[in-house]
Design a protein around this ligand. Structure first.
Ligand code: AVI
Length: 327
């Protein structure tokens, strides 16, 4: 078995797992050890995230859903489409629950709307299609399965594209990744099209921390599930009982961070990766960051990526923002 220093991929890895295996190998060989939060969402991880979104302490989903309902008409006005039909592209639509109310309100306000949910999960898109057909049959839904930028539909001359990136998903990117992502979105939009962002803002640190450290232990299970996935897909032998979820929030940087902390000194092996990884007692794997924003930072990020902030709606009770950015 090779030591962690040797990060050349093992020939035993199936081609579809290569990228994942390379990331894990590099991440667990670094100091500090890291794993990307994008790997949380296997089937079990997605189900656990659904549960997180229903937790009393996880406020972002609830606050955003209420704001989408409350500001649906204001958002439509802020898009300033001049009556053109709208092609709504939701990046990472999941089950589409939060967008249903928005679509309903926009249709009611007389908008001509095509909804294009985009997701990597075919199953999530299937559920979404069935739900929309049941609950809002008047809406035209054309799902797109796969990478957002590879499946991005060619804009028709008569429609305005409106991209939605909700749920404060952008907060899971570093600033550099967020700027790169927004620039790619901008490249796919035409002048006059829009991007609607939903993002979590800075607030009482206790409130933020509680959202990532629920007493029910669902977030802990969500975080630990990453190790379960590594065991299953990369033949690793993580003992989940020997790692513990740890959440932190830094009010200075406005970042919530999640870690998995090794409870003992131990060696974790993967026959598939042909590697052994040493963990000291108390050594951690950094698994996620969730940025909480300030308005000035969002405006700079949007402008630096080629957008102009056209409208800003904020929930004052539990600060959260819906931001209309114009391409
Ligand atoms: C998907 N994303 C915006 C969530 C967040 O708040 O960062 C993921 C999450 N991680 C732990 N709880 C929720």
């Amino acid at each position: 078995m090779r030591p962690a220093r040797d990060t050349t991929p093992s020939p035993a890895i199936a081609p579809e797992l290569r990228g994942f295996a390379d990331d894990v190998l590099a991440g667990l060989s670094g100091n500090p050890k890291r794993l990307s939060s994008k790997y949380f969402y296997d089937d079990r991880g997605s189900r656990l995230f659904e549960r997180i979104m229903r937790l009393p302490s996880y406020y972002p989903t609830r606050v955003e859903a209420a704001m989408l309902r409350r500001h649906a008409k204001d958002l439509l006005d802020a898009l300033d489409t001049g009556g053109s039909p709208i092609e709504m592209l939701e990046l990472g639509s999941g089950d589409g629950r939060k967008t249903l109310a928005l679509c309903r309100a926009w249709l009611k306000a007389g908008a001509e709307l095509v909804y294009r949910p985009m997701d990597i999960s075919a199953q999530a898109l299937e559920h979404l299609g069935a739900r929309m057909a049941r609950q809002l049959p008047a809406l035209t839904v054309h799902p797109l399965c796969g990478d957002y930028f590879q499946t991005w539909p060619i804009p028709s001359a008569r429609r305005r594209q409106v991209a939605l990136f909700l749920g404060s998903n952008i907060g899971n990117f570093t600033d550099t990744e967020a700027a790169r992502f927004l620039r790619r979105v901008r490249v796919h939009l035409r002048v006059g099209d829009s991007l609607l962002l939903g993002l979590d803002l800075r607030k009482d640190p206790h409130t933020v921390l509680a959202a990532y450290d629920d007493p029910e232990g669902v977030t802990a299970a969500f975080n630990l599930n990453l190790l379960r996935r590594l065991n299953r897909e990369l033949g690793m032998d993580f003992d989940l009982k020997r790692f513990r979820h740890y959440a932190s929030y830094c009010p200075l940087q406005g970042v919530a961070r999640s870690f998995l902390v090794s409870q003992v000194r131990q060696t974790v092996r993967s026959h598939l990766l042909d590697h052994a990884f040493e963990f000291g007692a108390g050594e951690f794997i950094y698994t996620e960051q969730s940025q909480k924003y300030e308005r000035t930072g969002v405006e700079a990020l949007a402008q630096g990526s080629g957008f102009e902030v056209k409208a800003w709606f904020e929930d004052p009770a539990l600060p959260y923002a819906l931001v209309v950015c114009r391409a």
